[in-house]
Write a protein that binds this ligand. Structure first.
Ligand SMILES: NC(=O)c1ccc[n+]([C@@H]2O[C@H](COP(=O)([O-])OP(=O)(O)OC[C@H]3O[C@@H](n4cnc5c(N)ncnc54)[C@H](O)[C@@H]3O)[C@@H](O)[C@H]2O)c1
Length: 326
């Protein structure tokens, strides 16, 4: 029997990573997961995957790469809260810069064939002069999180130039879908849905005219699969191109959930991107990747899953508190 292709997924206990791990296991790959469980949950990790409870910036990460001998590494583990990055930029840098450098460096030394980096198109371009942004739009981070994610990209490019590590960078729009934490720091769809399902009004920072584009989690997973054997040395925006304002999103979700109350409107926050949308034409041409889930369908699926989860585990969903809508 041919040996299974070995892959490593960092952040495989998190929202996007757990969907990716399930898909890779279904495809027959040998999957190992590294995660510090800071926001991820052990119960999210597929039982067929090997699991390492570990900080990315632990020097032992190199031993994991040696032991697992992955051909392909999907790097999703990150401190992914914009708000926490602003409160504690050095904590954000420890995780997203130092952690990424340790992993990239171990992968280059151990001869990993391909490194696929999850980056952010929603944050990295700042407030661009024109939208939608292509991958050639100048990068302009406005928050420590956006900068630390960009630093990961630059280190990866360096390790490619100097040590020949092959890579693909995927810059996601706002990712949403089943399994996103409604009590988390990020993920406007899950936060809105969690609060509306409890009968509480979500907060909107600003007047709701800020625009975002969204991409469904299974489409993001397929972009990662598409990057396994193509797109070497390239960066791709991964988005649906379906731009909506936060107010429109709120109303769409009100309709799906049957929630009538208005939002609480609060002042805009420093560093918030006002309008962003990504052009994913390059991914369509070069990776032959296309998003297939339309926003309204995806929102219905995300809400249905959260409704079930809330019914089964009422104690896991807080009733109110300092959750942030975007
Ligand atoms: N969700 C989005 O809208 C979005 C958009 C753009 C980019 N991304 C990127 O996608 C990736 C996954 O995001 P997500 O939404 O699934 O977030 P998530 O918080 O659900 O998942 C991140 C996972 O990484 C783990 N982790 C965090 N720091 C770690 C560290 N230092 N060492 C080991 N494990 C660590 C967490 O426990 C968690 O399981 C991140 O790199 C994020 O920057 C997400």
């Amino acid at each position: 029997m041919a040996e299974q292709t070995r892959v490593l997924v960092t952040g495989g206990a998190g929202f996007i990573g757990s969907h990716l791990v399930n898909r890779l296991v279904d495809c027959g790959y040998h999957v190992a997961v590294v995660d510090n469980l800071s926001t991820g949950q052990l119960r999210n990790v597929n039982h067929q995957a090997a699991f390492y409870h570990m900080e990315l910036n632990d020097p032992k990460i190199e031993r994991i790469v040696q032991r697992e001998r992955p051909e392909i590494v999907f790097h999703l583990a990150a401190q992914s809260s914009v708000r926490l990055s602003a409160l504690n930029p050095s904590m954000d840098a420890d995780s997203n810069v130092v952690g990424s450098v340790r992993l990239i460096s171990a992968c280059a030394s151990e001869g990993v064939e391909k490194f696929i980096l999850s980056s952010t198109g929603g944050a990295i371009y700042g407030n661009p002069a024109e939208i939608p942004c292509t991958e050639d739009t100048p990068v302009n981070p406005l928050t420590p999180y956006a900068l630390s994610k960009y630093a990961g990209e630059l280190y990866l490019e360096l390790f490619h130039r100097t040590y020949g590590l092959d890579y693909t960078i995927l810059r996601y729009a706002n990712v949403y879908g089943p399994g996103q934490d409604p009590n988390g720091e990020a993920g406007v769809v899950a936060i809105f849905a969690g609060l509306m399902l409890e009968g509480n009004s979500p907060k909107i920072y600003g007047d709701g005219s800020q625009e975002r584009d969204f991409v469904y989690v299974s489409d993001v997973v397929e972009a990662n699969l598409a990057a396994m054997y193509q797109g070497d040395g390239r960066t791709y925006n991964i988005s649906s191109g379906e731009k909506v304002s936060v107010q429109q999103l709120y109303e769409l979700m009100q309709g799906i959930i049957g929630f009538d109350e208005p939002a609480h409107y609060l002042p805009r926050r420093a560093g918030d991107v006002y309008k962003i949308a990504l052009d994913a034409t390059r991914a369509a041409k070069e990776l032959r990747w296309q998003p297939v889930v339309a926003l309204e369908d995806g929102l219905r699926q995300a809400v249905a899953q959260l409704r079930d989860a809330t019914a089964q585990r009422p104690a896991r969903v807080r009733l109110s508190g300092e959750r942030h809508s975007e």
